[in-house]
Design a protein around this ligand. Sequence first.
Ligand code: DUC
Ligand code: ZN
Ligand code: ZN
Length: 478
Amino acid sequence: MTTTLISGGTVVSATGRVEADVLVDGERIVAVLQPGSELMGTDVAASADRVIDATGKYVIPGGIDAHTHMQLPFGGTEASDTFESGTIAAAHGGTTSIIDFAVQTYGQRIEDGLAAWHEKAGGNCAIDYGFHQIVGDVNEASLEAMKRLPDEGITSFKMFMAYPGVFYSDDAQILKAMQVSRDTGLLTMMHAENGPAIDVLAAQLVDAGKTDPYYHGIARAWEMEEEATHRAIMLAKLTGAPLYVVHVSAKQAVEQLAWARDKGQNVYGETCPQYLYLSLEDQLGAKSDEWGAFEGAKWVCSTPLRSRAEGHQDSMWQALRTNDLQMVSTDHCPFCMKDQKELGLGDFRKIPNGIGSIEHRMDLMYQGVVTGEITLERWVELTSTTPARMFGLYGRKGVIQPGADADIVVYDPNGHTSIGLDKTHHMNMDYSAWEGYEIDGKVDTVMSRGRVVVENDTFTGAAGHGQYLKRGLSQYLI
Ligand code: DUC
Ligand code: ZN
Ligand code: ZN
């Protein structure tokens, strides 16, 4: 087995930082050597097969992006990143595990939807991967199949209060699924937007000639997110199901989560970089020679971007500090402008929803450290340690300690990252939603289960290196 010593760096965890060397043997971390340790300065370094000099750099557990959609069929097309391209892009950005959403479509058996996802991902991932299960058709058979998901290493499922006719579940279906969640410990993940009401508002806007991408965000008003979040919380309270609300963007939705948490309910939420940095006003102002006002389609996602004047972005940062929100995922769901987003020219409802960010999450969140929004430790907690705990991977992932997988990122705080299509972009997209962003910090070296997969901005891993992660039940519930 190959041994590697990552020497001279500052090891950062969710709870602190320490000057230490990290010794890796094969796929695992075997020692964290702090000053005073009897192994320090002995022949450990000399005998390691490889030494990675991390002097002046941070050594952190690899990022875990717990919300991705590789190859998701959606809006008459399919998300443009394959498991191969998406996980290579993730590795470049310091993410070493993803949890993608296996899909059960309407009329399909859960088992078949899951098998199709294994087929897509198996042998193609550059980093380790797990699945949540989207339950798109709640019926007696799927409720039974859900009970068997933990045997498959799937301990969370997602339902949609949005997208009638596609993924939508009504309250009766949600209630029944949440009863399974209560009985099994499966974590209920919720897309909390009132889809039927949104669809009426969207149709009225289009009928009035308001067809530009900007109106996507007008139709999906924050009231629709607040209402659905509250309803999900009440259904979870009634059933006793643990609840995790995905892609939270409205400050009023956060208030609902905080209210429920203050009452002791097992309720959690994530936000995404787009809801921290981007706004509805940015989208309204986006115009280009090529696309005109349709340029705004680049940022059509659901939940939508929110108004900066209304303070949603500030509220997301605050909630990340106060732990009213616990994690940052990307909801990585990329589409190209050509042939994909342009399906919605003349009708914003037909624009495939989604933004690609998997490559930039760690950098964008580190920028929050630079600007003083979050601490260095909170950066690690939000992007790695809590995702591991929330989704039953902690111990193996999300921490630098003996016995854990050697998923390690050496991050250079003195480096610089320019984001853009021709710069740090390996996602299969013909544009970047983050074009022009400048980051004070840089991914230096990325290790996945002991193998260096990125160094000197070059991918040195292999598609197929990534293994399927059988997850345990959430380790975060109260
Ligand atoms: N939101 C998106 O933006 N894309 C995919 C599905 C979703 O809920
Ligand atoms: Zn969603
Ligand atoms: Zn999603």
